[in-house]
Design a protein around this ligand. Structure first.
Ligand code: C2E
Ligand code: MG
Ligand code: MG
Ligand code: MG
Length: 282
């Protein structure tokens, strides 16, 4: 029976995902303790001078049995069971650690952004913990950037609370960036109400740049950014045509495979040094 077959199919998948959820939940704390979660860094390149002016920290889970596990496979599970906050703090601390090491070596540092799950916004005091970690590693103000997605604005805590958090971030020396802008119900009203430092435009904006309206929309968004004093970062850029387009619309920064995939920290510094030798190379 066709229908029955379908039911069984879905049921199996459901069971499988549940098992996986249990498995991941059970594995998580041990994996954290064993250092299986790794920070990868992906550069952000400034288009006006071709300099690498920042990076985003992205988590990777390397498990001896299961190999490399990507965020899309475990972050939704960790968000459901609440562990994501622990992981985000861990990644944040690893980023502070790598920046502190860099400073000790006498090397220049630049802004590094870390992703924050919406789950943090259930705890009114979560920023204090982040600030204590940053202080412990003596990270200068303006170096650490927290990436939020617009979905937090529509959570239970409400818009006022998020506004408070953003002001508090600034007082604590963090920058604030609005991630995946344009991927959902992005409201321009958010930009009026909240002082974010950066808007990261979702890669969907750049998938079909030959579309007649694409250029006009981007010209207006980058102009809006300049007027508001907000930096505009284009995400998921893979092709030379996209770079040419982004220069035309005067976008500030670019992040994407075109420059580099997210890299393990040591490889990232090597990539950076090689690139700086040929400074300005696009
Ligand atoms: P995101 O914050 O929007 O990060 C950008 C994602 O786009 C990354 O996926 C990155 O590897 C990918 N990407 C970068 N350049 C390109 C490109 O040119 N083409 C394409 N197709 N993709 C590109 P990743 O690392 O798999 O992370 C996925 C999402 O998982 C992130 O999206 C973020 O929302 C979440 N995430 C990653 N690390 C963390 C973390 O430490 N904490 C939390 N809460 N979320 C995280
Ligand atoms: Mg991000
Ligand atoms: Mg501080
Ligand atoms: Mg994004």
């Amino acid at each position: 029976d066709h229908t029955l077959g379908e039911c069984v199919f879905y049921d199996n998948r459901f069971m499988q995902s549940l098992r996986q959820e249990h498995e991941l939940t059970a594995l998580f704390q041990g994996a954290l303790d064993r250092g299986e979660f790794l920070v990868y860094l992906q550069p952000k390149v400034r288009l006006s001078d071709g300099k690498t002016a920042g990076a985003e920290a992205l988590v990777r889970w390397r498990n001896p049995q299961r190999g490399m596990i990507f965020p899309s496979d475990f972050i939704p599970v960790l968000e459901k069971n609440g562990s994501i906050c622990k992981l985000d703090r861990y990644i944040f601390e690893k980023v502070c650690e790598l920046l502190a090491r860099r400073m000790q070596e006498g090397k220049a540092i630049f802004p590094v952004s870390v992703n924050l799950s919406r789950q943090h916004f259930k705890d009114p005091d979560f920023l204090r913990q982040f600030s204590e970690i940053a202080d412990k590693y003596h990270i200068p103000d303006g170096i650490l950037e927290l990436e939020l997605t617009e979905s937090i604005f529509f959570d239970d805590q409400g818009i006022e609370f998020v506004g408070k958090c953003i002001r508090r971030m600034h007082r604590l020396g963090f920058k604030c960036s609005l991630d995946d802008f344009g991927s959902g119900y992005s409201s321009l009203g958010l930009l009026r109400e909240f002082d974010v430092d950066t808007i990261k435009l979702d890669r969907r904006f750049f998938l079909d740049i030959s579309q007649p309206k694409a250029e006009d929309v981007l010209i207006c968004l980058t102009e809006l950014g300049r007027r508001l004093g907000v930096q505009i970062v284009a995400e998921g850029i893979e092709k030379q045509e996209q770079i040419a387009f982004l220069k035309r619309v005067r976008c500030d920064m670019v992040q994407g495979y075109f420059y580099s995939r997210p890299l393990p920290v040591e490889e990232f510094w090597e990539w950076l040094e090689k690139r700086q030798e040929g400074e300005g190379n696009q």
